[in-house]
Design a protein around this ligand. Structure first.
Ligand code: ATP
Ligand code: MG
Length: 217
């Protein structure tokens, strides 16, 4: 469970988040919507422990994220699958290697790596591009690769920043369905999106981030 308490964040003299109070329950499905520049990605960076709150706290299973030592913070992050808005794929590694790298950095059992990577790529429908390098992929394929990398280690929390931003409607719906499936396997899923249409049959909590405030709608 992630409990955000009275969280404020300022950068360059500008208040991005103001007194945000919200909890993401274990195994819950959540969406955060809001206009461009509202602070959605900033909030995700705070959740990952990459930014420090100006005020307030993020509690993870009742432990303050800010009080975690480097090792524990790394462990916490390893338990999260993250799809970045700009993908962050490694340009010199192909699709297979990009996904495998996520396992290498967490010391996943070597003998099980290949199978886990192939399974993740199959889940996202990218098995046919296994040897391609990021520069050879379409926007949607990069997105799928980033998603495979985020789910390959079966994280307990999956955070996706605009996971359908580069997909046409049909593919976007497929990715959303996949995220629902991941959630059904007891993963807490947090989806950030502009695309409210995608949340038609969304069966979770929807939050609106606007004017530095996060509200349940
Ligand atoms: N390092 C930084 N220095 C100064 N301002 C920043 C920094 N990072 C983010 N901001 C500002 O914080 C605000 C929120 O940015 P953020 O990327 O969180 O928005 P967003 O809601 O994710 O937008 P989008 O939907 O376009 O991705 C923006 O006005 C942005 O310019
Ligand atoms: Mg963003």
């Amino acid at each position: 469970m992630i409990d955000i308490q009275n969280l404020s964040f300022e950068i360059a003299g500008k208040t991005i988040l103001d007194s945000v109070d919200v909890a993401f329950e274990k195994s819950s499905l959540n969406a955060i919507i809001g206009p461009s520049g509202a602070g959605k990605s900033t909030l995700l960076n705070l959740l990952m422990g990459l930014y420090k709150p100006s005020k307030g706290e993020i509690l993870v299973n009742e432990i303050k994220l800010s009080s975690l030592k480097k090792n524990s913070r790394q462990k916490y992050r390893q338990n999260i699958g993250m799809v970045w808005q700009d993908f962050r794929l490694l340009p010199k590694k192909n699709v297979f290697e990009n996904v495998k790298f996520a396992l290498e950095v967490i010391n996943f059992p070597k003998l099980e790596m290949e199978k886990a990577v192939l399974t993740a790529l199959e889940k996202v429908g990218l098995s046919h591009q296994i040897n391609a390098y990021p520069r050879e992929l379409s926007g949607g394929e990069k997105q799928r690769c980033a998603l495979a990398r985020a789910i390959v280690h079966n994280p307990s929390i999956l955070i996706c920043d605009e996971p359908t931003g580069n997909l046409d409607l049909k593919n976007a719906r497929e990715v959303i369905e996949l995220l629902y499936k991941v959630n059904k396997n007891n993963t807490t899923v947090i989806i950030v999106t502009h695309n409210v249409d995608l949340l038609d049959n969304f069966n979770g909590q929807v939050f609106l981030l606007e004017d530095s405030r996060l509200k349940l709608i």
